[in-house]
Design a binder for this molecule. Structure first.
Ligand code: CA
Ligand code: CA
Length: 192
């Protein structure tokens, strides 16, 4: 041992995470133990993250999507995910609160982190989402969604903006909430 990072989660961090995520102390402590086991360095690298994602999508290319998700979770921009970022990510993506999920989705689409989404950012994320979809599933998609470009075009249409406009977070959330199809198009969930 001899590593100051090992052992229990610090009181400060525990308090901070209880407030920002509403997870219980027992849950956070348990996740911390697992995190330390899986990740003794205390930090998840992009390569490790991509490997984790790859296991969920064995039949497709999850690399670019994983890179975007990693960027959205790495809120302090230091190129790794620490325990705090990991728990906040877990909280946002597993939350039953739709607005929280959509706040995260906004950060996923805001590739350059400037607080607005452009059409080219929507295209970029749609390209990454498209690579998650196994080839045989692409054939089943509706004809106005069966390429990344068409998917981006359709999704952008829900925001009722010009090609050179930009979408703020509130507009993004409202646009997606108003439309079940938009909700479906911002993500890809493998069907069983
Ligand atoms: Ca970080
Ligand atoms: Ca942006």
């Amino acid at each position: 041992m001899g590593n100051t990072k090992s052992g229990a989660v610090s009181k400060e961090l525990l308090q901070d995470l209880k407030i920002s995520t509403k997870f219980s102390e027992a849950e956070i402590t348990q996740w911390y133990e697992n995190f330390q086991k899986q990740c003794p360095s205390g930090r998840i690298t992009p390569a490790e993250f991509e490997a984790i994602y790859g296991r969920f999508f064995p039949e497709s290319d999850a690399k670019s999507y994983a890179q975007h998700v990693f960027r959205s979770f790495d809120t302090n921009d230091d190129g790794t995910l620490d325990f705090r970022e990991y728990i906040v990510a877990l909280h946002m993506t597993s939350s039953g609160r739709m607005t929280l999920k959509l706040e995260w989705a906004f950060s996923l689409f805001d590739v350059d982190k400037n607080g607005y989404i452009t059409k080219s950012e929507v295209c970029e994320i749609c390209q990454a989402i498209f690579k998650l979809i196994p080839k045989e599933k692409v054939d089943d998609l509706p004809s106005d969604e069966n390429t990344a470009e068409k998917r981006a075009e359709k999704l952008w249409g829900y925001f009722k903006k010009g090609d050179n406009d930009r979408v703020a977070e509130g507009e993004f959330i409202d646009g997606i909430m108003a439309n079940a199809d938009a909700m479906r198009l911002i993500q890809y969930e493998p069907t069983k």
